[in-house]
Design a binder for this molecule. Sequence first.
Ligand code: NAP
Length: 246
Amino acid sequence: MLNGKIAVVTGASRGIGKAIAMKFAQLGATVVINYNGSAQKAEEVKQSIIADGGRAVIKQCNVADYDACEAFIKEVIDQFGRIDILVNNAGITKDGLIMRMSEEDFTNVVDVNLKGTFHCIRFASRQMMKQRSGRIINMSSVVGISGNAGQINYAASKAGVIGMTKSAAKELASRGITVNAIAPGYIETDMTNVLSDKVKEETMKQIPLGRLGQTGDIAAAAAFLASDEAGYITGQVLAVDGGMAI
Ligand code: NAP
């Protein structure tokens, strides 16, 4: 149970982040729904949490913007006085083969997926250190473990998230803060719906459990890592991928 906890979920307007926000609210947390551009969708997430009897607020912030993240986290602390759980879920893809990848597409993906994760850890961990408790969960990817043709930018950002997770886990452990990563496989969301049927068929062949992942699969893992029961787990990468990374 997450009763009384304040949980910040970045990129919670859609997909995996939305499922995590809804799950945390069901478990009793007050959820801060972060989004970048999808204001209407963030509002829908908030309304469905409230309709279920949960608590949620919305905060817009582009996690790639260092100063905006400082203001965002400060607003949360001013409003609630603490942050118990931070889920760095916001992420984007801009796929392309190496020869065609622009510097801009490389930088944008790293800025959101990797630097965005650093920015939120940077500001939230200060508060968690004062509390001497906290849970940080970073969204990596199976691609950050195995690599993927056409995703040199995304794979680098997600492998970076793993290094960041382990480093932050070592640095923050003495203050009672755990830091773990989840490495989803192929999860059905807007991010993967754009892929061609051919790519989907090829991916299916690489999933031993023989089905695509659902957002609820990731939300369940996040709920466990955020729970009191996971208090002795830190610096780990939990693959939730139907066996893809084996
Ligand atoms: P999605 O459906 O495309 O949703 C992405 C979310 O991130 C949206 O809520 C979006 O908000 C938010 N976002 C994007 N850029 C942002 C920014 N600069 N600042 C703040 N929020 C931002 O993606 P998803 O499939 O749920 O993926 C969620 C996470 O899981 C990502 O980190 C992704 O890399 C990772 N992941 C996904 C899969 C998969 O198969 N789907 C597999 C492995 C890892 P707005 O709409 O408001 O912009």
